[in-house]
Write a protein that binds this ligand. Sequence first.
Ligand SMILES: NC(=O)c1ccc[n+]([C@@H]2O[C@H](COP(=O)([O-])OP(=O)(O)OC[C@H]3O[C@@H](n4cnc5c(N)ncnc54)[C@H](OP(=O)(O)O)[C@@H]3O)[C@@H](O)[C@H]2O)c1
Length: 234
Amino acid sequence: MELKNQVALVTGGSNGIGKEVARQLVNAGAVVYITGRNEERLNAAAAETKATGVLSDVSVQKDIDHIVSTIMENEGRLDILINNAGFGAGWAEIGNLNMEDMLRVYQTNVFGAAMMGQAAASIFKDQKSGNIVNIGSTASLKGYAKGSIYASSKFALRGLSQCWQADLRPYNVRVMHVNPSEVTTAFGKTDGLPRDEVANKLRPKEIADQILSQLRIDNRGFVPEVTIWATNPW
Ligand SMILES: NC(=O)c1ccc[n+]([C@@H]2O[C@H](COP(=O)([O-])OP(=O)(O)OC[C@H]3O[C@@H](n4cnc5c(N)ncnc54)[C@H](OP(=O)(O)O)[C@@H]3O)[C@@H](O)[C@H]2O)c1
């Protein structure tokens, strides 16, 4: 697919992986919208990437409606959803799980992603074209100690990706699930500041390079799921 003039929405495009995907899509000639909850970071990312920022929280339905109506009023179409907004919290062994943390993480990583996907899918079904890229994680594939809340949320997102592939292929809509392993971003930090790059760990660039290469494949084909590892992260 030619990315020039495609209309793309990157949720959580105000930082980390989403911001790099937005930057690369803009550089490829796409019209890009990014979202995030922190206004200062969103405005800074919009200025840096030349994307349009829409202050919003994907865990809130009226915010999802606002994002979609803004894009449809301005552009009249949507071609790409990068369903990226997400975070981890409540790291604890079974026995110490906390319902509040579980709901908070699921509200964004699962319910928000699902409702954002639903809003995009209804546009894509009418258009008979569209692309959804769900940002999973290697935690979508394998659980680990203290990962109950985050890993199960990403397993759920992987399940959604597979269901949507079955639902949406008849409409020529491509659904792709991308599983990054550790990427040096602000993930897991509370100050929103990205971690320093580490030579042997993944950067947002590797994830964005992969996503754009998948989007560039001709519309008659798609990669349903991909996992990206650092070569030697130890
Ligand atoms: N970094 C890793 O090692 C890694 C590995 C595998 C998968 N992932 C996944 O990659 C995605 C991006 O993470 P990242 O590493 O780039 O982290 P990041 O740098 O912390 O970026 C997360 C982005 O999501 C936004 N966000 C979070 N909750 C949101 C909500 N409810 N509504 C709207 N925006 C929201 C954040 O902005 P605000 O806080 O301002 O809303 C921020 O822009 C996540 O889904 C994460 O689970 C990350």
